[in-house]
Design a protein around this ligand. Structure first.
Ligand SMILES: *Cc1c(COP(=O)(O)O)cnc(C)c1O
Length: 379
């Protein structure tokens, strides 16, 4: 038997035995299932204004962008979206990417050189950790949100004319829903003359008075800000916000940017509308707060839901099989919640990841809380 076959079979059997086997399920958006597993925090994925904008963009610009940005892929809708983002978020430039995963890889691969030092929160997204490991720089990970640990690492930086250092954190952590201590991080990084990069995939749209995200809420500016469009924007794609020079440097040297087809212009049109709605419809953020309080109120206190100011509500179960069993029981009652296991989270910290969206209502929350109270009581 060829080695690949053998290897695959062994790995799949091991996954199954560990209770970590992942199964693709076709999700039907039109089903009556109550969905508490999506990242569509503001409920924009089904927003008619955005769907119509995308359709009109298709009629005007065609189905695809036809090439990478430096060839013919960068068009008026892309330029307009970039400008809208820079004005909203307060940066000189915004560069569009097809996904947050590729934006993170592009930035870390392009910025860092062999003599550089990279510091990452241990709970950073897989795209960041992987990019850091594959980058030529030396990477250190610090204990989640532990500023003393970071300062200790930074105090050992070898200062040289050729050495640059970069600290990378998420604004809102995706599997815990908690926030980075950004004000302190900004202070520490400035003090040590390192750059601060914030991946605000889960904060942008949700935090800040017009949804500008975690940094705005904390009153700081990161040197590099990553936002993604697959979460609160309800669509897909990402942007890197940075200075004029950094943007030009990325355009010259970031292979994920140079050698990848630009997003369809119609998608950029849809994103412009999403960006406007995020800024003007603050009722969506207010509703998330109300739903969040309601969930805290209705859920049995003893179940250990971790309170957060974000729509991400983790409930740590610990055991992977038990977590899957609870999620399955909830699904039988027509309720979908995220069941997150290692290696996405640390060993023995499998959890339900409940996410709220502005499309939920009070009754949905009551149903969710009732189902969880019953299922976990029985289980
Ligand atoms: C989802 C996510 C990404 C990846 O973004 P995609 O656009 O889905 O590829 C990157 N970073 C964080 C923190 C995320 O949550």
């Amino acid at each position: 038997m060829p080695l690949f076959n053998q290897r695959h079979q062994q790995a799949l059997i091991a996954r199954q035995q560990q209770g970590l086997y992942r199964q693709l399920q076709c999700h039907n958006v039109n089903s009556h299932e109550l969905n508490f597993a999506s990242n569509d925090y503001l409920g924009l994925a089904q927003e008619p204004i955005i769907i119509t904008a995308w359709q009109q963009g298709l009629a005007k610009y065609g189905a695809g962008s036809t090439a990478s940005p430096l060839v013919t892929g960068f068009q008026t809708p892309h330029a307009d979206l970039e400008q809208q983002l820079t004005e909203w978020l307060g940066y000189q430039r915004a560069l569009l990417f097809n996904s947050g995963f590729s934006a993170n890889q592009a930035v870390l691969f392009t910025l860092l050189q062999a003599q550089d030092q990279l510091f990452q929160d241990k709970l950073n997204h897989a795209s960041l950790i992987e990019a850091g490991m594959l980058s030529p720089a030396k990477m250190k990970r610090f204990v989640h949100n532990d500023m003393a640990a970071l300062q200790q690492q930074l105090s050992k930086i070898k200062v040289g004319i050729d050495t640059a250092s970069l600290v990378v954190t998420e604004g809102v952590f995706s599997m815990d829903g908690d926030c980075a201590p950004l004000a302190l991080l900004r202070e520490i990084t400035t003090q040590h003359q390192t750059w601060l990069m914030v991946d605000d995939a889960h904060g942008c749209g949700v935090l800040g008075d017009t949804g500008q995200g975690s940094c705005h809420q904390a009153g700081i500016k990161a040197d590099i800000l990553i936002i993604t469009f697959g979460k609160a924007f309800g669509i897909q794609g990402a942007a890197v916000l940075c200075s004029q020079d950094t943007a030009e440097y990325l355009v010259q040297f970031a292979r994920h940017y140079i050698y990848s087809t630009a997003m369809p212009p119609a998608q950029a049109v849809a994103l412009r509308h999403a960006c406007s709605l995020i800024q003007t419809q603050s009722w969506r953020r207010e509703k998330l707060h109300a739903l969040s309080e309601s969930l805290n109120h209705h859920l049995d206190n003893s179940l250990g839901l971790i309170p957060t100011i974000t729509p991400i509500k983790p409930m740590i179960i610990g055991d992977s099989c038990q977590t899957m069993a609870i999620a399955a029981q909830l699904q039988q009652r027509g309720i979908k919640v995220g069941a997150i296991r290692p290696p996405t989270v640390a060993p023995h910290s499998a959890r339900l990841r409940i996410t709220l969206t502005a499309n939920h209502n009070e009754d949905d929350i009551r149903q969710l809380a009732k189902a969880i109270n019953e299922v976990i009581d029985v289980g």
